[in-house]
Ligand binder design. Structure first.
Ligand code: CP
Ligand code: NVA
Length: 316
């Protein structure tokens, strides 16, 4: 099962693979917008396992798989035997004999790694406590659509050094850009947990305004991620000075964009004036989850596709 390609964290793919994925996502998006059928995955089945809530991830994978001619099955831990103690290894053996690709949203990254080690088919990380790689593929595709290549640019991350932040940091290493991170004391980046190779692609700032200065993209996320609800009140106090407001957007570059993976708490991590303002591209960002994940599904199942003839060929 070692030869199966998985997408468990951002750094699983190279810059060349992302360049290919972004080009395919643009082509697949254009087919969708023109109401042209593109069914390369007919008879293929995606199984989606959710141990945490989701709107965008479920919808974008399910709709995306259907639009590629395949089908998607939703499992949640409440209704499956996983909740009752069936081992992840056994579940992976069984699920991967009945499907062509699996997407998992869960708590510990270790669980998804164990599942992948026992899966005959590709496994996609749909969010863990540590990473959210599909989100950042969509975010960077959105940046490219609006502003061109991200190489050499500066992204300001304001708030919690969570799964989305860790994935931005990995992306900066793979795609060669910089991240300016500002977190409250006690919530700093943990390089090993983030899976970083070096400290060359990010810089930490105690003042969020300084982190945003001259940045090309300002982004943030909820102060309390799923699974950490017990810390909610404490985090509300600790993060109070880390709200992205118009003051921060003013010191960013004039053409800076604002992104948020959603769902958002307006008035906490970001002011309504910013997320609902002219620099915000959050709806494009959400929509692009679907287009980029369709490219990912196509790539994991069919390898490189010969676009000129629309004939899918395997590159393995
Ligand atoms: N951004 C994101 O992953 O949203 P959901 O939690 O709704 O899937
Ligand atoms: N950091 C958030 C992202 C939700 C899409 C969480 O893990 O809850």
């Amino acid at each position: 099962m070692d030869s199966v390609k998985h997408f468990l964290q951002f750094k699983d793919f190279s810059r060349a693979q992302f360049d290919y994925l972004f080009a395919r996502a643009a082509w697949i998006k254009a087919q969708f917008k023109a109401y042209r059928k593109y069914w390369p995955l007919s008879d293929r089945t995606l199984v989606m396992i959710f141990e945490k809530a989701s709107t965008r991830t479920r919808l974008s994978f399910e709709a995306g798989m259907q639009q590629l001619g395949g089908s998607a099955i939703y499992l949640n831990s409440r209704d499956s035997q996983l909740q009752r103690g069936e081992s992840v290894e056994d579940a992976a053996q069984v699920i991967s004999r009945m499907s062509d690709v699996v997407m998992i949203r869960t708590f510990e990254q270790a669980l998804i790694e164990r599942f992948a080690a026992n899966s005959r088919v590709p496994v996609i990380n749909g969010l863990t406590n540590e990473y959210h790689p599909c989100q950042i593929v969509a975010d960077i595709f959105t940046f490219i659509e609006h502003r061109g290549p991200i190489q050499g640019k500066t992204v300001a991350w304001i708030g919690d050094s969570n799964n989305v932040c860790n994935t931005w940091l990995q992306a900066a290493e793979v795609l060669d850009f910089k991240v300016h991170v500002s977190t409250p004391p006690g919530y700093e980046v943990e390089p090993a947990r983030a899976g970083l190779r070096s400290a060359l692609h990010y810089e930490e700032f105690s003042d969020p305004l300084e982190a945003t200065r001259n940045s090309d993209l300002v982004t943030t996320d909820v102060w309390t991620s799923m699974g950490f609800e017990a810390e909610n009140e404490e985090r509300r106090r600790d993060f109070a000075d880390w709200q992205v407001g118009p003051d921060m957007m003013r010191v960013a570059r004039p053409r800076a964009l604002f992104m948020h993976c959603l769902p958002v708490h307006r008035g906490e991590e970001v002011a309504a004036a910013v997320i609902d303002g002219p620099q915000s591209v959050v709806w494009d960002e959400a929509e692009n989850r679907m287009h980029t994940q369709k490219a990912l599904l196509e790539y994991l199942l069919l390898g490189h596709v010969d676009v000129s003839s629309d004939v899918a060929k395997s590159d393995s």
